[in-house]
Design a protein around this ligand. Structure first.
Ligand SMILES: [Zn+2]
Length: 418
């Protein structure tokens, strides 16, 4: 059985080892510093004797290196001594991103009740942490998480790891056990415990000096974890929270970035805010008020426009020519650039003007409602007189049916109002 030495010695980038077995492209060494994919952290990249390592997985207690090479071209054989080189940029990114997830969890401990760990994943551009909380996290919580995480980075908290018996680990107060990372953290009844902050899992350190931190001797975060970490949170660099979502009941997914993606994200958000502020002739800090004012003004203008349009359509309907059909007087014609739904209310008003005590308006109304040039072109006889489908004695439900039938079959033509 070979266990990866990467979690214990995460700074090793080059090593020599002896080949134990070769099976096609799969190579097992007597020891390795390659990290196999586990618990949300991707496998290391690198080379073995110059052959590109395509994937690293743990299988049957052995770390298997899958080489990106034709098995026939591989000259490796059991007993050979090979040189392994870990891709420094990718491992460094993974260690920073992974440790950032501990820092973020520690931040969440300070703002959320009944916090639990529901999953974790590192991709090349972002990190996802799933948190279970008593109440869903909102946007304000995201801002607090980002601020606390960056303060913990700025305060350069030490990161340490040690192995405890499973029983000891379970007794450590506040330890975050995660079903996925426990996989890599547990080995022969022992648990690897990673501590971020001044106090170790045994509680022998001082509290980290971070605003919002508890004032007792709690470390920033303690977790059972088998991944690779940086030795100080200062190595993580800027943390930018990207977004949150709710993938399941009681779970908040927080996505964040570190490194170049975080720097780009912070720059993009700043640029967008400045752009918006310039457009609104406001300072960035005043944007919420400026946007709220603009929104209120837009709502008011939209309402005014709706009223004016209703009046206009009602006036057009009132001006339609009339004809006697089935003993009723119909107003018949085309109203361009109007949606059938828009005509419903103005039609009601036009018909109200046709009541015996309300002047000489129509008793009923048939109009073709056009919504634009394309729709007008599609009508064969836009100006022709539609055949009224019902008499004045028809029921209201007939009327609705006629309208919807007309709307479905030949939109946007021939809607009969009564
Ligand atoms: Zn970890």
């Amino acid at each position: 059985m070979t266990v990866s030495r990467a979690p214990a010695e995460p700074t090793v980038r080059e090593f020599e080892a002896t080949v134990e077995s070769v099976d096609g492209r799969a190579v097992v060494l007597d020891e390795t510093y390659f990290y196999p994919e586990s618990g949300g952290q991707p496998a290391d990249r690198g080379t073995l004797d110059g052959h590109l390592v395509d994937d690293v997985v743990e299988r049957d207690g052995a770390v298997v290196h899958a080489l990106d090479a034709d098995p026939g071209a591989l000259s490796l054989a059991p007993g050979d001594v090979v040189t392994g080189v870990i891709d420094d940029a990718f491992r460094t990114y993974c260690a920073r991103a992974h440790t950032a997830s501990h820092v973020l969890y520690g931040a969440a401990r300070r703002i959320a009740d009944d916090l639990g760990y529901a999953g974790f994943d590192i991709s090349e551009t972002k990190v996802r942490v799933d948190l279970t909380t008593a109440e869903p996290l909102d946007d304000d919580d995201l801002i607090k998480l980002e601020r606390l995480a960056n303060r913990a980075v700025w305060d350069s908290l030490p990161v340490s790891w040690e192995t405890h018996s499973a029983e000891e680990a379970r007794e450590v107060d506040g330890i975050a056990f995660n079903a996925k990372t426990e996989e890599g953290a547990m080995s022969d009844g022992a648990v690897r415990v990673v501590t971020v902050g001044g106090a170790s899992a045994a509680g022998d350190g001082a509290a980290p000096a971070v605003d919002g931190a508890e004032t007792d001797a709690d470390p920033w975060d303690v977790a059972a974890c088998g991944g690779t970490h940086v030795s100080n949170t200062g190595e993580i660099g800027p943390v930018a929270v990207l977004e949150r979502s709710n993938p399941g009941e009681g779970v908040t997914r927080v996505e964040f970035a570190v490194g170049p993606t975080a720097i780009d994200e912070i720059g993009a958000v700043h640029a967008a805010a400045l752009d918006a502020a310039t457009t609104l002739d406001a300072r960035v800090g005043d944007l919420p008020d400026a946007v709220a004012r603009l929104r209120g003004e837009t709502d008011r203008l939209e309402a005014d426009l709706r009223d004016a349009r209703e009046e206009l359509l009602a006036a057009r309907l009132r001006d339609l020519p009339t004809a006697e059909v089935d003993g009723a007087r119909w107003a018949i014609g085309t109203v361009d650039d109007a949606d059938p739904n828009e005509l419903r209310e103005p039609a009601g008003e036009a018909l109200a003007a046709g009541k015996p005590d309300a002047g000489d308006g129509p008793d009923a109304l048939a109009s073709s409602a056009g919504v634009g040039a394309a729709a007008r072109r599609s009508r064969r006889a836009a100006g022709s007189t539609p055949t009224p489908r019902r008499s004045r004695r028809g029921s209201a439900s007939d009327d609705r049916e006629a309208r919807s039938r007309g709307a479905r079959r030949r939109p946007p033509i021939a809607h009969f109002f009564r």
